[in-house]
Design a protein around this ligand. Structure first.
Ligand SMILES: C[S@@+](CC[C@H](N)C(=O)[O-])C[C@H]1O[C@@H](n2cnc3c(N)ncnc32)[C@H](O)[C@@H]1O
Length: 324
């Protein structure tokens, strides 16, 4: 399970102290309904709306981000970035996830058109035990703000490109890539459409000479591109009591499906392997799983008779990279 770091839970709980839970639940419901109907975070207009977003969505987007960064860190374990550019930052989710993943992070620039979410991000970042990341905030539309944004070691767009008008997307992607000194991280909902957008970004970035750090274990054609399947992963997160009440949920955890892409510049000695594309199936005969490879997926079975390999394979999980 991937939960919010303790400092962020404490900071969020602090902001919730004076807030009516029934009002929060109503706002959360309105936000969820708007998202489900294909709407955007334009529905977030007040401080309570921003808090409702932070309670019901931030734990899930944080878990997806943290899992995406983990995939990248597995491939480039020695990399230690110092600066972040967080596009569509909302309450600063990507900044907090990056600070947790890489204690080397010293500063982050948060861009968002939504003043309420940015105010919440600032408040969370100023809370007592927040990581010592120096944050600067740029409020305005992505196109305008990216024209004057500083470069950063890592540029992140988390659940943000999905809200950008399609006509502006190519231009924004190229600006993000130009502003990324080493890594561009994109996280999208783990839906068919989220995956289609990730595929399009992958093609565009490969044409710019990008290295694909994650999730793909190669830079060849995506084996799922012309199939009914889509590349996505699952991040399981714990639900706090407020999260559970606000979502009227019965179980204390949630599964967030996400698709991601981490593109890099100038990395050498990348570790090799193949990524597992779905939950491995364990049966009496052995462990079977699907691996990502150029052009087509590879089906593998590790039988019980191969004792050492079988013992290791029983621990394999969706999203793991295993040796060839
Ligand atoms: C779904 S939220 C994601 C927030 C955060 N990155 C996360 O992962 O939790 C999308 C964010 O993108 C911002 N956004 C959408 N369109 C934008 C645009 N054209 N320019 C700047 N920000 C935008 C919204 O205000 C919102 O904060």
């Amino acid at each position: 399970m991937i939960g919010l770091p303790n400092w962020l839970t404490v900071a969020l709980n602090g902001t919730l102290e004076a807030v009516s839970r029934s009002a929060l639940r109503d706002r959360a419901q309105a936000i969820s309904d708007a998202y489900r109907a294909g709407g955007t975070s334009q529905i977030i207009r007040s401080d309570d709306d921003a808090l409702a977003y932070a309670v019901v969505r931030m734990p899930a987007t944080y878990a997806a981000l943290r899992a995406s960064l983990e995939q990248a860190m597995h491939i480039i374990p020695a990399y230690a970035p110092r600066s972040i550019l967080d596009l569509g930052a909302g309450p600063g989710t990507a900044t907090w996830a990056a600070a947790d993943a890489w204690p080397s992070v010293e500063r982050s620039t948060l861009i968002d058109s939504n003043a309420r979410l940015l105010a919440l991000a600032r408040g969370l970042g100023a809370s007592g035990d927040a990581p010592g990341v120096e944050t600067s905030v740029m409020q305005g539309d992505a196109v305008t703000m990216l024209a004057k944004a500083p470069m950063a070691d890592v540029v992140i767009a988390s659940y943000a490109l999905t809200e950008i008008a399609p006509a502006a997307l190519d231009d924004i992607l190229m600006r993000l890539w130009t502003l990324a000194d080493r890594l561009l991280v994109i996280v999208e909902p783990g839906t068919v459409n989220g995956f289609k957008r990730i595929l399009a970004y992958r093609d565009m970035l490969l044409a710019q000479g990008a290295q694909i750090i994650a999730p793909c274990s190669h830079e060849g054609r995506c084996p799922l591109s012309d199939t009914a399947r889509w590349c996505h992963f699952n991040a399981r997160l714990p639900r706090s009591r407020d999260h559970q009440i606000t979502k009227r949920a019965s179980v204390p955890y949630e599964d967030e499906k996400f698709s991601c892409l981490v593109a890099g510049k100038g990395f050498t000695g990348l570790s090799t392997g193949r990524r597992i594309l779905a939950t491995p199936h364990v049966s009496k005969g052995g462990v079977s799983f699907t691996l990502c490879a150029p052009e087509r997926t590879e089906e593998r079975v590790i039988t019980r008779s191969d004792k050492a390999a079988y013992k290791a394979a029983k621990r394999y999980d969706w999203g793991d990279v295993i040796g060839l």
